[in-house]
Design a binder for this molecule. Structure first.
Ligand SMILES: Nc1ncnc2c1ncn2[C@@H]1O[C@H](COP(=O)(O)OP(=O)(O)O)[C@@H](O)[C@H]1O
Ligand SMILES: [Mg+2]
Length: 377
């Protein structure tokens, strides 16, 4: 697979904004806020969360599912849709994607015990399924912008290279060799007969050992697995190349999200370095919870006529705490702009609200002035 092919862009591809950062900094909230604001301004927008947490789903009133779901919101002609795949059934969803045109092979695979074992244990598959769902949604041509909320981990950026790496692996010699071996018997009708090649290869010592360790079905089902995979190899490579083109093409931007804590700062610096390795510069840095304004109730109480001395003291304490938080946020912000000098930094306020949806709404208004700075150029 050449870089040329990976980066090929198709007409109608949406702009993609990938949000990455440490856990708890407000990635999910700010991603949703950005998507909401874009939709409000009339852009057809899809918000995707790869992060298995359910907060965004509940904040937006969307169920976890592999289907793109319209999010109802008042007062615009834009469209907001959400895609929040449930990580628990991802392997099956992936197989459905992969075996779309091969229903019989898909059923054989589902009965395959080696596959069943893999489906329970597979790591990284959730990301892959989610990306393929994103690519499929993007290729419908119905979205102008896709905002992707990544998992809260330092490896979150690496997932964008996963499709390409897997395609290279599955398109590579090892799989061809294994599936060739598995089909060598020449029989095409039943999985049992078709796996004769590998069975023959495994006869004797190796088969004996594996069978003793893991049960007699293992060799046959392992061979069967590769036969089924060989059937859909082309399709797999196609799906994953489509996802890579979307994420690594020139219409994708990476936005880092931080909060004013040392851990969040270190995560952002780490992610910026990972991006650099991928040949990308972060488009912008969102410093969440950077500005602390007085809570509305504090302002209201201060202006009330008969403020008791005790209440006045309590409000002074609140003010001092807010000022201390503000000072540390300012120091962290200065530190980050020194370390990432060419990355535009956007400050977001701490929102005094109880409901997650209210925080999303308030931040979407704050972000409206910055859409241009956050979207790919
Ligand atoms: N700017 C903000 N002001 C107030 N609360 C916020 C802000 N940003 C996020 N939150 C709240 O912090 C919590 C964690 O945010 P979340 O977006 O889920 O973080 P992450 O996705 O990075 O783990 C949520 O309850 C959210 O409502
Ligand atoms: Mg999150």
């Amino acid at each position: 697979m050449t870089a040329q092919r990976v980066h090929t862009r198709r007409a109608g591809d949406p702009l993609v904004v990938v949000c990455a950062g440490g856990g708890g900094v407000g990635k999910t909230t700010t991603s949703a806020a950005l998507a909401l604001g874009l939709a409000r301004q009339g852009r057809s927008t899809l918000i995707v969360t790869i992060d298995p947490a359910r907060r965004l789903a509940s904040a937006m009133g969307v169920a976890l599912s592999d289907a793109v779901t319209t999010v109802p919101f008042a007062g615009t002609n834009g469209r907001l849709a959400a895609l929040m795949p449930d990580p628990r059934r991802s392997m099956h969803a992936f197989v459905d994607q992969l075996f779309e045109g091969e229903p019989a092979a898909r059923e054989r695979l589902r009965d395959n015990r080696v596959y069943q074992g893999l489906a329970d244990a597979a790591a990284g598959v959730h990301e892959l399924v989610a990306l393929n769902l994103v690519a499929a949604a993007a290729s419908t041509g119905s979205f102008e912008v896709v905002v992707i909320d990544t998992a809260p981990s330092r490896q979150a950026i690496d997932f964008v290279t996963l499709p390409g790496r897997l395609a290279a692996l599955l398109g590579g010699k090892t799989v061809a060799w294994l599936s060739g071996l598995a089909t060598r018997s020449g029989e095409k009708d039943s999985t049992q007969a078709r796996s004769g090649g590998l069975l023959a290869w495994g006869k004797g010592h190796l088969e004996h050992l594996i069978a003793r360790a893991a049960g007699p079905y293992l060799v046959r089902d392992t061979a069967g697995l590769f036969i089924e995979l060989a059937l859909v190899r082309e399709r797999f490579v196609h799906l994953t190349e489509r996802a890579s083109a979307l994420l690594l093409g020139d219409r994708a931007a990476y936005v880092l999200v931080a909060a004013p804590t040392a851990a969040a700062r270190d995560d952002v610096i780490f992610l910026a370095k990972r991006l650099e390795k991928l040949g990308r510069a972060p488009r912008a840095l969102l410093m969440n919870r950077a500005d602390t304004r007085p809570a509305p109730y504090v302002t209201a109480l201060r202006s009330s006529a008969n403020l008791s001395p005790a209440l006045s003291d309590a409000l002074d304490v609140l003010d001092e705490e807010r000022k201390a938080r503000g000072d540390s946020a300012a120091a962290m912000t200065r530190d980050l702009s020194r370390q990432l000098p060419s990355c535009p930094l956007i400050r977001l306020p701490f929102v005094e609200a109880y409901a997650a949806a209210d925080v999303v709404h308030a931040l979407s208004l704050e972000l409206e002035a910055h859409h241009r700075a956050l979207l790919p150029q």
